[in-house]
Unconditional design. Structure first.
Length: 207
């Protein structure tokens, strides 16, 4: 995880005790030890223990890493409404809803100028759909990110490490829709939708 600018926001205000209890409940339902979940998510055991006990504020990256290994979306642990913070993003989960075979989460995001963030892979088959309203952002799979400016829409498979990085001296304002396919035995329960880049302004990685 890298950042091109110091995060100007506090780490989280998503109701730490509630989040920790929910993560512990989901972990125990799945019969996963705290040590094993920490290993799978790539976070320290002390970090995960503190999160579950409500003594440590979770970052957005940590929450996404942990929920990916539990096979659930972020809304399953934080609900809607609270502001959550990552290395380079301030986000509000506006709505979570379901359709047959998938759960959707809709976020409003602000990326401070000069910032960058590497996010861990979500579980298999997850896709992200991002629309930029202001500023210039490079986002997508870490090895093939896409470039998007105002009015552009980009989409990618986010079951691999993926990145967000602002370009220029303007904050980026965007919306993000994440689609989580329902899992069965650790695999998507149904066909995985392969996203393709869509942009009215022709955004591309080599823009």
């Amino acid at each position: 995880m890298t950042s091109g600018a110091q995060n100007p926001y506090p780490t989280a205000d998503a109701g730490t005790s509630h989040v920790g209890r929910r993560i512990r409940s989901l972990r125990e339902e799945r019969g996963i030890s705290l040590s094993e979940l920490a290993r799978r998510a790539g976070v320290g055991k002390a970090t995960l223990s503190g999160l579950e006990n409500g003594t440590r504020n979770p970052t957005l990256e940590t929450l996404w890493a942990v929920t990916a290994q539990l096979g659930v979306g972020l809304a399953s642990v934080v609900g809607t409404g609270p502001v959550v913070h990552g290395t380079a993003v301030q986000g509000v989960l506006l709505q979570a809803f379901e359709e047959e075979g998938a759960t959707y989460e809709l976020y409003r995001l602000v990326f401070p100028a000069g910032s960058s963030q590497l996010s861990p892979a979500h579980h298999q088959g997850v896709t992200e759909h991002l629309t930029v309203f202001a500023g210039l952002l490079r986002a997508g799979p870490a090895d093939t990110p896409l470039l998007a400016g105002p009015g552009d829409y980009v989409t990618w498979r986010s079951d691999v490490p993926h990145t967000y990085a602002t370009l220029g001296d303007q904050d980026v304002h965007a919306s993000l829709l994440i689609r989580y396919p329902r899992l069965r035995n650790g695999l998507p329960d149904g066909p995985v939708r392969e996203p393709g880049e869509v942009s009215p302004r022709g955004a591309a990685s080599g823009r």
